[in-house]
Design a protein around this ligand. Structure first.
Ligand code: FES
Length: 115
């Protein structure tokens, strides 16, 4: 049985073999996920949020250690989390873009309607 990984907010999706990491799936689907360690669970830059109901292989001890303190969240390392079926992945906004978006929203709120 094949898996399917869907990336949000782009809506791009790709069929994958079970065991494929979310990072591999993202690369094949042309969804950018920043990394610095090349997928070795060292940089923590590939954090993604996996929606409830997503079908993943059990988390590895290594990934669990890396995510210490975030166990209750839906946060996973894309380079370590492996699909086993249908997976929905939310890609977090780049921190700089997120800061700009927050500032623009704040400014729009202060300025009020344009007409
Ligand atoms: S790519 Fe570096 S921790 Fe996942």
């Amino acid at each position: 049985m094949n898996g399917l990984v869907r990336f949000w907010p782009s809506g791009r999706s790709i069929k994958v073999k079970p065991g494929t990491t979310l990072l591999e799936a993202a690369r094949r689907a042309n969804v950018p996920i920043k990394t610095r360690c090349g997928g070795n669970a060292a940089c923590f830059m590939c954090k993604v949020s996996v929606r409830p109901g997503s079908e993943l292989l059990p988390i590895s001890d290594n990934e669990r250690r890396k995510l210490a303190g975030l166990e209750d969240s839906q946060m996973r390392l894309a380079c370590q989390a492996r699909a086993s079926g249908v997976v929905d992945v939310d890609i977090p906004l780049d921190p700089l873009r997120a800061a700009v978006a927050r500032q623009l929203a704040r400014q729009a709120e202060e300025d009020g309607p344009l007409w």
